[in-house]
Design a protein around this ligand. Sequence first.
Ligand SMILES: Cc1cc2nc3c(=O)[nH]c(=O)nc-3n(C[C@H](O)[C@H](O)[C@H](O)COP(=O)(O)OP(=O)(O)OC[C@H]3O[C@@H](n4cnc5c(N)ncnc54)[C@H](O)[C@@H]3O)c2cc1C
Length: 382
Amino acid sequence: MSNDGTGLFELPAKYLELQAQAHELAVSVRDIAARADESSETDPDVRARLAASKLTELAVPKRWGGRFDAVDSLAMTVVREQLAAESGHLDSMFAMQGIGSYGLAVAGSDAVRDKWLPKVASLEAIAAIGLTEPNVGSDLKALTTTAVVDGDEIVVNGHKSFITNGGDAAIYSVLAREGDGYSLILVPADTPGLRTERPHQIIAPHVLSDVILADVRVPLDHRIGEPGKGFSLVLATLATFRVSVAGASIGMAEAALRLALNHANSREQFGGPLSRLGSVPEHLASCWTDIEAARSLTYRAAAAAARDPLANLHLSSMAKVAATETCGRVVDRSVQIMGRFGITRGTDIERLYREARPTRIYEGSTEVILDSLAKQLVKKGI
Ligand SMILES: Cc1cc2nc3c(=O)[nH]c(=O)nc-3n(C[C@H](O)[C@H](O)[C@H](O)COP(=O)(O)OP(=O)(O)OC[C@H]3O[C@@H](n4cnc5c(N)ncnc54)[C@H](O)[C@@H]3O)c2cc1C
């Protein structure tokens, strides 16, 4: 964003520093990004470089080795914008440390927080969150995983599906039905009865597994927060991190536009560069315009979420819809501008084309978010 002198449309210095650090890290994984982005397992070199950057400290509050007193949505957003431009694997690894541990940080018992959160901050322990089930996606309240207290333990039974970091995570925050409500339970990966399987892989490879919990027993203090109040922790997690998906999408969109622009400037047809032919320049300019519009909303929403996540969930949701849909359109147009070179396997633009697609489905699909925004709008007005 340009400096207009008012400070209104300029990132404060601490975020510019983070942006520069994240850019440096993203560029430093270029030599291994293609390999990591094709992998369904955690890449050890990407993990080591991310850990060395210490950026995962942003995912955890200061009390447990984090960077800021509380997790800062704008910091997460600005960093993800840089990381996703170079590697989806790197971006996901960074983001999930926060998404997988936020409930624990907000409401976990001190013993469990003290044990795990410093390891999450340093990336010694990989975090994951288990909400989705084979037959339950957007309609989370239909979930079937159960949690039942037995003496001083909680017994968890169920099947979680499409869990990012599944198989490689050290801890899972699992949402389960408990009585009439839903509780979030922290299940360490080595707990007897927990196993992972990798039956699915997506078009943009991702560390993803199913997590099966068969009579898994954890001590009572592994229930995060009050019994039956797990949904509010999931909501708090979304309110803090949803906008960061928008950041990642803007990073991908801009990376795609750069590739298309370079291609259009250097390739000649009909006696001149593509960038001067027919509708190509107009497409380039409208992609640029769309990216800047989405970025303005995203930074504003992320700054608002950094101040008060729950009160500004509507803005984060709007930014997620706007930026992910923009990214889809920009990447698609960029591919079109690059012709056959845009659809060639193993190229950066092909990776971006595949990586852009899932963002409109996870952490609230476009339709589900618009549905809840519509309900809020109709009921309460603007
Ligand atoms: C890369 C990736 C990583 C993921 N990581 C995790 C993870 O770490 N943990 C986890 O728990 N889950 C994870 N998921 C799962 C993700 O949360 C679900 O995919 C998401 O909740 C959507 O559920 P679904 O795919 O079952 O789609 P469905 O809920 O079946 O929806 C299908 C379609 O119907 C539309 N639809 C659904 N309900 C409505 C409605 N009320 N109004 C209008 N349209 C509607 C949707 O918008 C969508 O287009 C991940 C998914 C992906 C792709």
